[in-house]
Design a protein around this ligand. Structure first.
Ligand code: ADP
Ligand code: MG
Length: 700
C-alpha cells in the first residue's frame, strides 16, 4: 500500500509538474518522502540583530536593523548600481545592488525601519554589503515571534537558473509539513523518547526545517540522528542474531599443545589485555557458533602471539589454520616468527606467496589436501582456487584494511559445509563509532595495553632546513648501536618515475652523509627477492640505515631500530604516519620519530603533524583522522560497505550512537521479533522500508 510519503512530488502545492521534473533530474527528489528529507545544509541566523559597530572582517552572514539615510543610482546606463546608506544607532554601512537597481530603488522608503540580511565586506573603515535581503521590520514576524533560523537548501545552478530558488523550496516545504501532520507515525517507543529526552518525530521534522532558535534545532537534529543510528544498529543486531542461529561453528575444546606452549615456550608474560582477548576468542570457540571477530590493537601491542595461540586452539582440535598478510615481507616475517614456535611444538608450518616456486608449491597443495600441513602463512596467494584445504578450521587475516570484504568471504568458502572461524586483526584502530556502524557484523576485541617496559616514542616535527641537525641526531643514535629508518612517500607500480627519483636522491644524500655506515634500500618496485635480501641485512644489523617507501609500513619488526625519519611527512595521512611510527619503539630503548616537512603547510597538514607530536594513542589518532577527513571520505576509500548517513556523522555523533546502540541491543534481546505493543512503531517503520535496503533511518 503506497503511503502518503510515496506521493509523487508534482502533487505538492507550489511544485507542480515542471518543477517536479527539475527536482527529479537535479536532486533525485521523486516523492514527498524524498523532499522531506532534503534537509537544510545551513541556516541563516535571524535570531540575532548585529550592531553595525560590531561587524568585523570575519563576520559571516548577519542581520541588521536600521534606517535608510540616502540612496543613489550611480554609473552608466547598463552598469547602473544602487548605493544605499544605511544606519543604526551604532554606525553606518553601504548596501549595494548591481542588478535590479532601478526596481529596488523605487520600493525604498526613508522613515521606516528595515531588516537587512547579508554578508558584510570591509574596506578600511568602510563596510558594505552587496545584494542583501531587505524587508520592512515585522514582515516575517508572523512565523516566528522571537526570531528564527532560516533554512538554506542545497540547490544546483540549473535549478537556480530555472527560478527554483531557496524561497520556493522553503515555501513548499512548509506546505508539506502542514499536510503531512496526520500521516507521521512516531517510530520510537514513548518510554525511550522520555528516557533519552528525545522530542517527537513531527516536532523534529518541523524543527529541522524551520527551527525558531538554536536550541530547537539542536533538539530536532539530535532526535533525527538518534533515530537514524538506532535503526541501523537495530538492523545490525538483528542480522547478527539471525547469523548466529544460522551458522554453526567448530567447537575447539582440546588444549594439549597450547598447554605445553604456555608451560615451556611462552617467551614473556602476556599482558592483561592479551589474556582477556584470548579468553574472548576461547569463548567463541566453545559456543558452537562461527566466530567473526575483529581484533584491534595498536602497533606493537602483541597481536601476533595472540594469533598464534588462537591457531594452536584449532590445531589441537585437528583443524588446519591459515594466516593471511597483505605483503610478502610481512607474510615472511610472520612465517619466520611463528616457525620458531611451531618447530618447538612439532607443528608443520609453510609459507605460500606469489613468489613460491612451483615445486614447493606443489608440496604445499598436496599437504593441504591430505591434511598434514597444519599452519599455512601467506599473502593473497592463499585465495587462489587451487589452494584447497582438507579441513580448514580458522582463518586469521592480518591488517584487515588492506583486504576487502570480498576476500574475507572467499576464505569463508574454503571449508564446507561448516565455515572456518575468522579472526581479523588490524593495527589501524578504527574509531569505535565507525567500527560500530560498519563492522556491526563482527564482534570486536581490543588490546588496549602495550607490553610492560616500553618507552613511549618521542615525536618531533622539523622543517627541511634542519636536515643537518637531523642527520647529526641519527648519527648519535647509530653510534649507540641503534638503527634508523628513512621513509619516503609511496612508490607503487602505477606511480610515476619522479617519485622513484625522490627516493633515489634521498638514498644518495643519506649514503653521502653516512659514509661510515651501510645503507639498505627497499621499495615497491624492487623484486621480491631483492626486497627480502635487503630486509634481512637490516634485520641482522648488517646495514644500519633503511631507506624505504611505505612497503615497510605494515608489521615489519626490527626491535633494534629506534629512529624513524619520515620525509615529506605532509604527504602521508594520519593513519599511515601512525603505522610508520609503529615500526620503532619495539625494543627496550628510547625511540624517536622525526617528521620532516616543507615550511609551507596547509592547515590540515599542520593538524596532522601536531596530532602525531601530541599523542601515541592509536585510537585518539584514528578519531582525529576521522574528524579531519570526515566520514564521507572514509566511505569512498577503504571502508567499502558503509551505510550512507543522512543526518548523523559518526565523526561527531559518537555519544548519540552509543545511546542508540544500547537501546537497539536491549530491544533485540528483549523482543527479537518486535512483537510487543510498544514496538509497534518500530515494526511498522521497518515494514514500510522493506523495499529500500539501504538506510533504515530513512523515511519512506
Ligand atoms: P603487533 O600487534 O603490532 O602485530 P607484534 O605482535 O609484532 O605487535 O608484537 C610486537 C613485539 O612485542 C614483538 O617483538 C613481540 O614479541 C613483543 N611482545 C608481544 N607481546 C608481548 C608481551 N606480552 N610482553 C613482551 N613483549 C611482547
Ligand atoms: Mg603485526
Amino acid at each position: 500500500m503506497p503511503s502518503f510519503f510515496d506521493t509523487s512530488i508534482d502533487k505538492l502545492k507550489g511544485i507542480g509538474p515542471k518543477r517536479a521534473e527539475l527536482l527529479k533530474k537535479e536532486l533525485k527528489i521523486f516523492s514527498f518522502g524524498d523532499f522531506l528529507q532534503h534537509y537544510p545544509f545551513r541556516y541563516d541566523d535571524r535570531t540575532k540583530f548585529y550592531r553595525i559597530q560590531e561587524l568585523g572582517s570575519d563576520s559571516n552572514y548577519v542581520q541588521l536593523k536600521g534606517k535608510i539615510v540616502s540612496h543613489q543610482l550611480l554609473g552608466e546606463k547598463r552598469k547602473t548600481r544602487l548605493v544605499v546608506k544605511f544606519r543604526d544607532e551604532s554606525g553606518e554601512i553601504e548596501l549595494i545592488w548591481f542588478a535590479g537597481a532601478k526596481w529596488i530603488e523605487k520600493t525604498l522608503r526613508k522613515d521606516v525601519t528595515y531588516v537587512v540580511f547579508g554578508k558584510p565586506t570591509i574596506f578600511g573603515s568602510r563596510i558594505n554589503m552587496a545584494h542583501p535581503e531587505i524587508e520592512l521590520l515585522g514582515e516575517n514576524k508572523a512565523n516566528a515571534p522571537e526570531g528564527f533560523l532560516q533554512p538554506v537548501y542545497h540547490l544546483t545552478d540549473t535549478l537556480r537558473k530555472r527560478g527554483l530558488d531557496n524561497k520556493i523550496i522553503a515555501k513548499a516545504m512548509r506546505e508539506l509539513l502542514t499536510q503531512m501532520h496526520p500521516y507521521i507515525i512516531e517510530t520510537l517507543p514513548t518510554e525511550i523518547c522520555s528516557k533519552y529526552r528525545l522530542i517527537g518525530k513531527y516536532k523534529a521534522l518541523l524543527g529541522v526545517h524551520f527551527p525558531i532558535n538554536h536550541e530547537t534545532l539542536k533538539q530536532a537534529e539530535r532526535r533525527l540522528k538518534f533515530e537514524e543510528l538506532f535503526f541501523i544498529q537495530l538492523k545490525l543486531f538483528r542480522e547478527k542474531k539471525i547469523n548466529q542461529n544460522k551458522f554453526s561453528g567448530f567447537v575447539f575444546n582440546k588444549l594439549n599443545t597450547l598447554t605445553t606452549f604456555y608451560r615451556d615456550h611462552l617467551p614473556f608474560d602476556l599482558t592483561n589485555a592479551q589474556k582477556r582477548v584470548i579468553r574472548e576468542i576461547r569463548e567463541d570457540f566453545l559456543s558452537g557458533r562461527q566466530m567473526n571477530r575483529l581484533l584491534q590493537g595498536d602497533v606493537g601491542s602483541g597481536k601476533t602471539i595472540v594469533s598464534f595461540i588462537t591457531a594452536l586452539m584449532a590445531i589441537d582440535n585437528h583443524k588446519q589454520v591459515c594466516l593471511m598478510a597483505p605483503t610478502e615481507i610481512l607474510a615472511t616475517q610472520h612465517y619466520e616468527g611463528l616457525k620458531e614456535f611451531a618447530d618447538l611444538l612439532g607443528i608443520n608450518i609453510k609459507l605460500l606467496t606469489g613468489s613460491t616456486k612451483t615445486k614447493p608449491r606443489r608440496v604445499i597443495h598436496e599437504e593441504l589436501e591430505n591434511g598434514s600441513l597444519q599452519l599455512l602463512v601467506g599473502t593473497h596467494a592463499l585465495l587462489e582456487d587451487k589452494v584447497q584445504f582438507q579441513n580448514l578450521g580458522l582463518c586469521i587475516i592480518d591488517e584487515q584494511h588492506r583486504f576487502g570484504v570480498e576476500q574475507r568471504s572467499k576464505l569463508w568458502r574454503k571449508n564446507k559445509p561448516i565455515p572456518p572461524h575468522v579472526l581479523v586483526m588490524t593495527a589501524t584502530p578504527i574509531p569505535r563509532t565507525l567500527a560500530m556502524t560498519i563492522y556491526g557484523d563482527l564482534d570486536v576485541s581490543v588490546i588496549d595495553e602495550l607490553p610492560a617496559g616500553r618507552k613511549p616514542i618521542k615525536t618531533v616535527h622539523k622543517y627541511d632546513a634542519s636536515r643537518l641537525a637531523i642527520f647529526g641526531f641519527v648519527r648519535q643514535e647509530i653510534q649507540k648501536g641503534r638503527q634508523a629508518y628513512f621513509v619516503f612517500p609511496l612508490i607503487e607500480e602505477s606511480e610515476k618515475f619522479e617519485n622513484l627519483k625522490d627516493l633515489m636522491d634521498g638514498y644518495e644524500a643519506i649514503s653521502r652523509a653516512f659514509p661510515e655506515y651501510h645503507v639498505s634500500i627497499v621499495h615497491g618496485r624492487a623484486k621480491p627477492e631483492d626486497k627480502e635480501w635487503e630486509m634481512q641485512r637490516f634485520i641482522k644489523n648488517q646495514t644500519q640505515i633503511m631507506v624505504a617507501t611505505t612497503v615497510i609500513e605494515v608489521g615489519v619488526n626490527v626491535p633494534n631500530a629506534s629512529v624513524m625519519v619520515i620525509e615529506n611527512a605532509e604527504r602521508f595521512g594520519l593513519a599511515q604516519l601512525h603505522q610508520l611510527r609503529g615500526r620503532v619503539g619495539r625494543g627496550a630503548e628510547q625511540s624517536h620519530c622525526i617528521l620532516v616537512t616543507n615550511v609551507k603547510l596547509s592547515k590540515n597538514s599542520k593538524t596532522r603533524m601536531e596530532t602525531m607530536v601530541r599523542t601515541n594513542n592509536g585510537f585518539e589518532i584514528a578519531d582525529a583522522d576521522l574528524k579531519l577527513r570526515g566520514h564521507g571520505d572514509l566511505q569512498g576509500t577503504q571502508q567499502s560497505g558503509t551505510v550512507d548517513l543522512l543526518v548523523a556523522d559518526v565523526a561527531f555523533d559518537g555519544p548519540i550512537l552509543t545511546e542508540a546502540r544500547k537501546v537497539a541491543e536491549a530491544i533485540t534481546e528483549k523482543d527479537p521479533n518486535l512483537e510487543l505493543p510498544e514496538h509497534e512503531g518500530i515494526r511498522t517503520h521497518i515494514l514500510s522500508l522493506k523495499k529500500s535496503t539501504i538506510n533504515w533511518g530513512r523515511i519512506s
